[in-house]
Ligand binder design. Structure first.
Ligand code: NAD
Length: 392
């Protein structure tokens, strides 16, 4: 993981924020998650919110008005906003659009020499991820993926255990998560229509489950994938949440996955067994487990998977020939500590200011994206596929 995120998370030496050197920020897509970005930026002493844009006319204006931000210029698309870069002099943008617009918006900004914090999932397809990485490489700018669970103390503990060698040779990982009823439609249909989302549970919460383990394993390359996906709940007009919210028509609009599973061979002889659900008839598809020759780790799941853990970690190992379990207590935030979201924003800003590596480098998340994409591709063709990732 990048040095600046490590230092920040582990309360080691962190550069003092120079409030005189303001970073000029633009927000692309002024919907639900954009508000979290805005609130976290507004807590930083060295940020100026300069501009925002949304495809829906008037939405960017209403967004800044709602949150009391004065003077931010508003535009009707990322292209329109970036075309005004000579006036705006943006240092960085947050790309807060729905998934299908992640790649084009990130590429437009990078091509204009602007640092990018790109919301998850990285993209929809592997090919798009490669195009974004090429733009990043050509620009020399920071491109970080918005995985705030990376900033969670429990996830840092998981990463450190996996990297410590205490498990011996790791050969099998089971991960995933889910919700019994949790298709995200509280603010409309951008998560469930193919033209906006492209991926369902896979992209929304599957990317987090993969990152928990892939980051600890050092992001080994995926070699082959057998995938499955379904949409039994999302396409059902009697799905209980549609009934409860009075939106049976959402069933007709639902075109993504609400459940997916994958069997992935990773470089280094590691098997990854993965499943994810927005809706299912059980509380959880199981804990994350990591098996090694010297030990095993259990990472308890939650009933509403969003990248946090559901209890104490348990390490299964042997001491003096005896089978023992070591409980590693769940870590809870200290009073007044910045939220994981605030840390995601701060570490991105620090990377932009200091010219250091992105806190969540897109070059790592390329493999995460390839797994999600190949689960879809394999599901559609009905057999295992060899993962092919073009050179950047
Ligand atoms: N990190 C997190 O915790 C978290 C939480 C929720 C959502 N997300 C991610 O954030 C993204 C957005 O989710 P949301 O719930 O805010 O969606 P949303 O539909 O509420 O908002 C997206 C907005 O982007 C706008 N938009 C799309 N393309 C645009 C473009 N080219 N230029 C300008 N505006 C454009 C849309 O008009 C819309 O208003 C998704 O990819 C989602 O996965 C992340």
């Amino acid at each position: 993981m990048a040095d600046n995120l490590n230092a920040f998370m582990e309360n080691q030496e962190v550069a003092t924020v120079d409030a005189n050197k303001k970073i000029r920020i633009g927000i692309i897509g002024c919907g639900w998650i954009a508000a979290s970005h805005l609130h976290s930026y507004l807590k930083q002493p060295d940020v100026e919110i300069v501009a925002g844009c949304d495809l829906i006319p008037g939405k960017a204006e209403a967004f800044f008005k709602k949150w009391g931000v004065e003077g931010a210029k508003c535009y009707n698309s990322d292209e329109e906003m970036i075309a005004d870069q000579a006036n705006l002099q943006l240092d960085a943008v947050s790309v807060c659009t729905y998934n299908r617009q992640h790649a084009p918006c990130a590429i437009h900004a990078l091509n204009a020499g602007i640092h990018v914090l790109l919301e998850k999932p990285f993209t929809v397809t592997t090919e798009e991820a490669v195009e974004v990485l090429r733009a990043e490489k050509a620009s020399g700018k920071v491109l970080s993926i918005g995985f705030q669970p990376r900033c969670d103390a429990n996830m840092i503990m998981v990463r450190d255990i996996l990297r410590s060698g205490v498990l011996g040779k790791i050969y099998y990982v089971q991960t995933g998560g889910g919700r019994r009823r949790g298709i995200p439609t509280p603010f409309g249909t951008t998560f469930i229509e193919d033209k906006t989302a492209g991926l369902g549970a896979l992209g929304d919460i599957g990317c987090y489950s993969l990152d928990v383990v892939m980051n600890g394993l050092g992001y080994p390359k995926p070699l082959t994938v057998t995938g499955y996906k379904s949409a039994f709940f999302g396409t059902d007009p009697n799905y209980s949440n549609y009934v409860a919210t009075g939106h049976p028509e959402y069933a007709k609009l639902f075109q993504v996955d609400d459940f997916a599973a994958g069997f992935v061979r990773l470089e280094g002889d590691i098997i990854l067994d993965f499943r994810i659900a927005w809706a299912m008839n059980i509380n959880t598809p199981g804990d994350t487990i990591v098996l090694g020759t010297k030990g095993g780790l259990r990472i308890p799941s939650t009933d509403c998977w969003n990248g946090t853990i559901g209890g104490d970690l348990v390490l299964y190992h042997e001491v003096a020939g005896k089978q023992v379990e070591t409980v590693i207590p769940q870590i809870f935030p200290k009073a007044g500590e910045p939220t994981n979201f605030d840390k995601k924003i701060r570490t991105f800003l620090d990377a932009c200011k200091n010219g250091t590596e992105a806190p969540v480098p897109a070059s790592q998340i390329l493999y995460n994206q390839a797994i999600l994409d190949y689960i879809c591709k394999s599901s559609e063709c009905g057999h295992e596929l060899v993962v092919e990732i073009p050179e950047i």
